[in-house]
Design a binder for this molecule. Structure first.
Ligand code: 9WN
Length: 438
């Protein structure tokens, strides 16, 4: 497929996944709205229609809890995904009329909103007016989201966000979580039937049943305390400081500060740029402090054992998202382009896999244990470009477009063969194609 065909197909995919209310994360596997997917999808949509992009974010914001938490799934009124809305037991906690999960995902929203506003401002006219008005109007809501993350998940001042479930990281079964999950021993889990393995029929591309038993056990533990932020630390068997989500939060605070400065924050103390920049610094420093001097990779930390988690996964490159330390950034870029990562000569495309292809943990087809995720390539690329590294951006753009030219918009890709895996027509993959081609 050439660039024009790819762009047309990506637009078709997003239009086909558009229910009129949301763009589902994927047509069959994920028929609802996911939090970080919605942010990336909105960025891609804004290349086609700024109002449609803003509507996607507005829908997500309607599901924001009173606490400030933005849930990781906002359920549409359809069946077909497990665990569905009932299993989460969030009725009465989520806003009236909203059915949501009870956990969150990485806070990339303000970063994507800044992108959308900048694109709309460049377009001028009605696009600029709508996007700027939307951003000005919703600034306090995004600030509340960031404030909640800091208060409920990082009150220890570590500058690192605690996650209570691998799903909160968005990298569900990454080797990062093998240690913490090995220490989760599910008690009696209410019976369940998975739907994902009916849709992705090669079960080796999805998490295992053992992993799912743990996933559901944690949901049960959180639902039993009604997702009460005060009670979660005493109730949940999985508690990990997530370095990648923390980097996303650092960057998002900076991006929100830029928006507040440009658009004015109308005396709203919550979205004061100085306050947001203090938070950005707190999480940036938190992330920088995790870098392992031996490997050069950032690390998560298991809160329950106090141990660092030094696994060779793409999350180790969190400083590329948040750090302002030039030495750290340059070392990380060299590592990422080197033979243990995107420079492995066996790769079909020189793109970073989710787990190092030369590591013992690497599984080329298994979800977050090895495949290349186009959305991660793009997120890292736009981060390094924002910090002035145009060359890396251009290299990854070309390789990623070569990967996507096969036209299925896979959720993830086998690194050596380039085979699309998981769901086809994944919305955020189509969105990323539009972003690359804009
Ligand atoms: C659980 C929707 C989501 C992404 C995650 C990805 C996958 C869900 C699942 O799909 O997670 O949230 O059922 O496997 O890991 O990053 O947001 O695309």
């Amino acid at each position: 497929m050439d660039a024009t065909q790819l762009r047309d197909r990506a637009r078709e995919v997003l239009a086909a996944n558009d229910t009129g209310t949301i763009v589902t994360a994927a047509p069959r596997l994920y028929p609802h709205q996911w939090s970080w997917d919605a942010a990336f999808v909105a960025a891609g949509l804004s290349t086609v229609s700024v109002p449609r992009a803003l509507a996607e974010l507005a829908h997500l914001l309607e599901a924001q809890w009173d606490s400030g938490m933005i849930p990781h799934i906002v359920f549409a009124d359809v069946e077909g995904y497990f665990p569905g809305a009932d299993r989460w037991r969030t009725a009465g906690i989520s806003p009236a009329g909203v059915r949501s999960s009870g956990i969150c995902q990485p806070p990339v929203h303000a970063t994507m909103l800044r992108r959308i506003v900048e694109r709309a401002t460049a377009n001028g006219g009605e696009d600029a007016r709508l996007a700027e008005e939307f951003a000005r109007h919703t600034l306090p809501r995004w600030a509340l989201w960031h404030e909640w993350l800091r208060r409920a998940r990082a009150a220890d001042g570590s500058g690192l966000v605690t996650t209570y479930h691998g799903w909160e990281s968005g990298m569900d079964n990454s080797p990062r979580f093998d240690g913490p999950y090995a220490r989760v021993h599910p008690g009696e889990v209410e019976p369940f039937v998975r739907t994902d393995t009916r849709i992705v029929q090669d079960a080796s591309q999805r998490p295992s049943d053992d992993e799912y038993a743990r996933y559901l056990w944690l949901v049960q533990q959180m639902a039993d305390v009604a997702y009460d932020d005060e009670r979660l630390p005493g109730a949940v068997d999985f508690q990990v400081k997530d370095v990648f989500a923390s980097a996303a939060l650092a960057a998002a605070n900076e991006d929100l500060a830029v928006l507040a400065e440009r658009l004015g924050h109308a005396g709203d103390p919550a979205s004061d740029p100085g306050r947001l920049r203090d938070w950005a610094a707190e999480f940036r420093e938190g992330v920088d402090a995790t870098v392992d001097p031996e490997t050069g990779l950032a690390r998560d930390r298991d809160v329950l054992t106090g141990e660092w988690i030094a696994k060779p996964t793409i999350a180790g490159f969190a400083p590329l998202v948040s750090s302002t330390d030039t030495a750290v950034r340059e070392a990380q870029l060299a590592l990422l382009d080197g033979p243990a990562w995107a420079g492995d000569p066996r790769l079909a495309f020189a793109l970073p896999p989710s787990t190092s292809p030369v590591s013992a943990e690497f599984r080329p087809r298994e979800y977050w244990r090895g495949p290349v995720w186009p959305v991660m390539t793009w997120y890292l690329a736009q981060s390094v470009r924002g910090n002035g590294d145009e060359a890396a951006y251009t290299r990854w753009r070309e390789a990623s477009l070569d990967q996507l030219a096969e036209g299925h918009f896979g959720e993830y890709y086998e690194p050596f063969t380039g085979e699309p895996l998981g769901s086809p027509d994944q919305s955020w993959t189509a969105a990323v194609a539009l972003e690359w081609l804009d």
